[in-house]
Design a binder for this molecule. Structure first.
Ligand SMILES: Nc1ncnc2c1ncn2[C@@H]1O[C@H](COP(=O)(O)OP(=O)(O)OP(=O)(O)O)[C@@H](O)[C@H]1O
Length: 245
């Protein structure tokens, strides 16, 4: 559904992504994980076309991302970032409908879609009238998710969507997201720092280091068949609740 082929990216002569190829399939959730600065967000931004790669190509459903196809293909992808990225001067409802309204959707069609999405992400009706600053962090992320899903994209790219949430809200949203992913069957790429979150939400984990894919596999595979010692060190560096003193 979404494929990056031989992507290279440098910032000021410093390579961030080496030739890196990756694909994301419908109905599968892939977690991108790795040490800070390994290129996770850059990869996601290249996939959605916010940053251009120095070399390499991105394909959405087999169609190549080009300056001409970018706008159309972007509508087939939803994108959520850590702080939600909502426009502060627009109500939650207006944030969600902005693009659909721009594309000329009727009020009735928008209302129908909003009702579906609101039920899916479990957002109370009254929250839609509020501005982002009047919502809790968890509600903001639910609104961001509604916005990302409004046009019913085939691909969902999530860049640490729960990174700024407290643990209980985070656990709630993780559980709801798991249901949403299963219900919608989209190709999902999720950046996270949390291996537990990756293991819970994703079918596969893509472990990056310094712009290279070190291993792609299930959590179990990373645990039991690590590609190298870095994988083992990365897994062991995570603190699990039962290990707390
Ligand atoms: N616009 C930019 N200009 C210059 N350097 C950048 C820019 N964006 C990212 N970088 C650098 O590229 C590298 C990869 O950054 P990126 O944000 O993709 O990493 P990340 O794995 O998402 O990190 P984190 O987990 O800390 O969010 C980092 O060294 C970062 O400093």
């Amino acid at each position: 559904m979404l494929e990056a082929r031989a992507i290279c990216k440098s910032y000021r002569g410093q390579p961030v992504l080496h030739p890196l190829s990756v694909s994301f399939e419908a109905g599968r959730t892939t977690a991108l994980i790795g040490p800070s600065g390994c290129g996770k967000s850059t990869l996601l931004r290249i996939l959605i076309g916010l940053v251009s790669a120095d070399r390499g190509e991105v394909f959405v459903a087999g169609e190549r991302f080009t300056p001409e196809s970018a706008r159309r293909l972007r509508h087939r992808m939803g994108y959520v970032i850590q702080e939600g990225g909502l426009f502060p001067h627009l109500s939650a409802r207006d944030n969600v409908t902005l693009l659909a309204s721009h594309l000329g959707w009727s009020a009735e069609r928008m209302a129908e879609r909003i009702a579906t999405l609101r039920a899916l992400v479990r957002l109370p009706e009254e929250a839609l009238a509020r501005f982002p600053g009047q919502l809790s962090g968890g509600q903001r992320q639910r609104v961001s998710l509604m916005r990302a899903l409004m046009l019913d994209p085939e691909v969902l790219l999530l860049d640490e969507p729960m990174g700024a949430l407290d643990p209980m809200i985070r656990a709630e949203l993780q559980a709801d997201l798991k249901e949403v992913f299963a219900a919608l069957g989209k190709a999902v790429a999720l950046v996270t720092h949390d291996l537990g979150e990756a293991a819970y939400l994703a079918h596969e984990i893509l472990l990056l280091r310094e712009g290279h894919v070190i291993q792609r596999g299930s959590f179990d595979e990373l645990l039991k068949a690590p590609a190298d010692t870095f994988v083992t060190r990365f897994v062991q560096a995570q603190r699990w609740p039962e290990e707390s003193p």
